[in-house]
Design a protein around this ligand. Structure first.
Ligand code: ARG
Length: 563
C-alpha cells in the first residue's frame, strides 16, 4: 500500500523529472513517511539542493499523488513527505478488504519456481537443534515466497547415503536386534554405529567388512539394500513425528541416495571440462585460484562424496523444476561447502550459479553455551518440544480451567513458542533456548501473539459487523493511525523478508501489529457506544486480525480462535 505510493512517486519523477531515484521509507517516521534523498540527485545533476527541492515539490503538487500527501518539507538533504492520514486510512482499509476477500497470493513471483532445501536430517543420526532451526526457517521462507506468488518446491534432502551405512549394516548384522530398532530407530542405530567404532579399534577387519558392505550396497545387492531401506524408513517415521508436531510438510524426500545413478554423469561432465584432478588418492576439483580448499568429488575406491551428490541434485532440480532460485537452509558450518558447490557449478558453465543461495543461521544456546541434545537422541529434542507443550498446558489451565480443547491449544501455543523464539531475531544471530522465556504470555513471544489473536477474535465474535461501510472520520486518528499504517505495509514487509531471506522481518512485524492493537485495546477495547463508530472500528479490527493471521501462518503457527 505505502509501497504503491512510493512507486507512483518514483514513476512520476522518471516521467517528469527524467530521473530515477529509489525512494526511502525512514525507520523513524516522526519526520517523514516517505523521503526522497535529494543529496543523491544534487551530486548527480550538480544542482543546488533547495532548487531541486522546489522543482520536485512543484511536480508533486501538480500531480494526482498530491491528495495523498499532507506536507512536503526539506530537512537534512531529504524531501520529507508526510502522508494524508484520511487518505491513507481509506486506502489501507479498502486494499486490505480486497485482499481478505480474494485471499490470494501476490504477483511478484508469478511464473517463477523456487526450490527450498531444508531440514534435511541424517538417517540413523540425530535430528539436531540445527535441523530444527533449518526446519523452522526453511518452512517460513518457503511460505513467504509462496505468499508472494512464487511456486515453491520443498525438499528434504535426507542424509541417507555414505560409507557410514556400510558400518551400520555390519554392526546390525553382528549385534543388532530388530525390535529394538523398530521401537527406537535413531537411538538404536546410532548405538550400533558407536559400537562399531569401539570394536573397530581392536578388530581391524571390521573396517574392511564395512567397506565391502557399502560397495555391495552401492551395487544394490541384498540383504544390504533391504536393510538400508528399512533403516531409512524407520528413521523417517521418527522424523515424521517431529514434522507432524511442528506442522511442517515437504514435497519431496529425495535424499542423497536418490542421486546415485546420476553421479557418474556429474563426474563425466567434470572430466569433459578437464576439471577433475587426481590428487593424493582422490579426484578433486582444484579451487586454489578461488582461494578455497579443493572440492573432493570421488575417493580412490570410487565412492562419491557429499558435494558430488549435491552437484547431481542441483542439475536434477534445475532440469525438473527449472528454478529461478535454489535456496539451501543449512547451518553456518557448511558455508564453505556451498561456496564450493557454487564455484564448481560455475566452472561447469552452470548458467544459474548465482541462483544458488545458502541461507545460514546461528547456533542454539542454552545458558549461553551451545545446546546439544546428545548424539543420536532425537527423542531428547522431541521431549523438549513436548515439555514446552506441557508447560503451556499448565499456564492455559491456570488462566482458564474451563477450557475445552486444552490439548490442542497447548500444542499450538507450545509450538508457537518454539517457532517464534527461533524467528524473532535475525537468523544469523544465535538463539537462546529458554522455555521459561519463550512460553511467557508477555513480551516478544509466540504465546503473546496467539493470545492477542484470540483477544481480537473474541471481540469480533461478540460484535458482528453490521455494514461494510467504513467511515474513517469516526476514528480518532491519533490512536488508530499507527496500526492502520502498519497494516498498509504488509506486502512490502513480505518483499523485504524475501529480499533479506529472513523470516524475522515478518516475526517482528507481527509483533508490532499485536503491540499496536493491544495499546488501543487498553484505551477503548475497540468498542464505543455509537453504533456506526463501533462498526468502523470492527472493520479495522477485522483487517488487523486478517493481517496478523497471515503473518502467523507464514511463520508456521496454527491459528487459534479460543484459549
Ligand atoms: N544432511 C545435512 C546435514 O545434516 C544437511 C543437508 C543440507 N542440504 C544439502 N543439499 N546439502 O548436515
Amino acid at each position: 500500500m505505502i509501497k504503491e505510493i512510493k512507486l507512483e512517486l518514483e514513476t512520476l519523477l522518471i516521467e517528469q523529472y527524467h530521473y530515477y531515484i529509489k525512494i526511502e521509507e525512514p525507520n523513524d517516521r516522526t519526520l517523514a513517511d516517505i523521503a526522497i534523498p535529494l543529496f543523491v540527485i544534487a551530486k548527480d545533476l550538480k544542482k543546488k539542493l533547495p532548487l531541486i527541492f522546489d522543482e520536485i515539490k512543484d511536480i508533486i503538487k501538480k500531480s494526482d499523488i498530491n491528495h495523498t500527501i499532507s506536507t512536503i518539507k526539506f530537512k537534512n538533504g531529504y524531501l520529507n513527505i508526510k502522508l494524508n492520514k484520511d487518505e491513507i486510512t481509506q486506502k489501507v482499509i479498502e486494499h486490505t478488504q480486497k485482499l481478505m476477500k480474494a485471499n490470494t497470493t501476490f504477483t511478484k513471483g508469478k511464473g517463477k519456481t523456487v526450490v527450498f532445501d531444508y531440514s534435511s536430517p541424517n538417517i540413523a543420526k540425530s535430528f539436531s537443534v540445527g535441523h530444527l532451526r533449518s526446519t523452522i526457517i526453511g518452512n517460513a521462507l518457503a511460505n513467504i515466497y509462496n505468499k508472494l506468488g512464487f511456486n515453491v518446491v520443498r525438499i528434504n534432502h535426507l542424509g541417507d547415503w555414505g560409507t557410514q551405512f556400510g558400518k551400520m549394516i555390519v554392526a546390525y548384522e553382528k549385534w543388532g536386534n530388530e525390535d529394538q530398532v523398530r521401537n527406537n530407530p535413531i537411538e538404536e542405530l546410532s548405538k550400533l554405529y558407536v559400537q562399531f567404532h569401539n570394536e573397530a579399534k581392536t578388530n581391524t577387519s571390521l573396517e574392511d567388512e564395512a567397506r565391502l558392505a557399502f560397495a555391495l550396497l552401492e551395487q544394490g545387492k541384498e540383504p544390504y539394500n533391504s536393510l538400508w531401506k528399512w533403516f531409512r524408513e524407520e528413521s523417517l517415521k521418527e522424523f515424521m513425528t517431529m514434522y507432524h508436531l511442528l506442522g511442517v510438510s515437504f514435497d519431496s524426500f529425495n535424499g542423497e541416495a536418490f542421486y546415485n545413478d546420476q553421479l557418474e554423469s556429474v563426474v563425466n561432465r567434470l572430466e569433459e571440462k578437464s576439471l577433475l584432478k587426481y590428487d593424493d588418492g582422490a579426484y578433486i576439483v582444484d579451487l586454489a585460484k578461488e582461494e578455497m580448499p579443493p572440492a573432493m568429488i570421488k575417493k580412490s575406491d570410487g565412492a562419491s562424496l557429499y558435494i558430488t551428490r549435491d552437484l547431481a541434485a542441483l542439475f536434477y532440480r534445475k532440469e525438473t523444476y527449472d528454478f529461478s532460485e535454489t535456496i539451501y537452509v543449512v547451518g553456518n558450518e557448511q558455508t564453505l561447502h556451498f561456496k564450493q558447490l557454487k564455484m564448481v557449478a560455475k566452472k561447469l558453465d552452470f548458467k544459474d550459479y548465482n541462483a544458488i543461495k545458502h541461507v545460514n543461521f546461528g547456533l542454539v544456546l542454552q545458558d549461553g553455551k551451545k545446546m546439544s541434545t546428545r548424539k543420536g537422541k532425537i527423542k531428547k529434542l522431541y521431549d523438549v518440544l513436548k515439555e514446552a507443550i506441557n508447560q503451556s498446558k499448565e499456564t492455559i489451565l491456570n488462566k482458564n480451567s474451563q477450557i475445552k480443547n486444552v490439548d490442542e491449544v497447548a500444542k499450538a501455543i507450545g509450538v508457537s513458542a518454539i517457532i517464534y523464539n527461533d524467528l524473532k531475531n535475525d537468523r544469523t544471530r544465535n538463539v537462546e533456548f529458554n522455555l521459561g522465556h519463550m512460553l511467557n504470555f508477555d513480551g516478544m513471544t509466540g504465546p503473546y501473539l496467539q493470545y492477542t489473536r484470540v483477544r481480537m477474535n473474541s471481540i469480533l465474535s461478540k460484535k458482528p459487523i453490521t455494514t461494510e461501510r467504513f467511515n474513517n472520520r469516526l476514528l480518532d486518528q491519533s490512536i488508530y493511525y499507527e496500526l492502520i499504517y502498519l497494516i498498509g505495509q504488509y506486502e512490502e514487509t513480505l518483499e523485504k523478508a524475501k529480499k533479506q531471506l529472513d523470516p524475522s522481518i515478518i516475526a517482528r512485524y507481527a509483533y508490532q501489529i499485536a503491540k499496536e492493537f493491544n495499546k488501543i485495546y487498553s484505551i477503548d477495547k475497540f468498542l464505543v457506544l455509537g453504533k456506526e463508530e463501533t462498526n468502523t472500528k470492527l472493520i479495522l479490527l477485522e483487517c488487523t486480525q486478517f493481517i496478523l493471521d497471515e503473518c502467523l501462518k507464514i511463520l508456521g503457527m496454527k491459528i487459534l480462535n479460543k484459549m
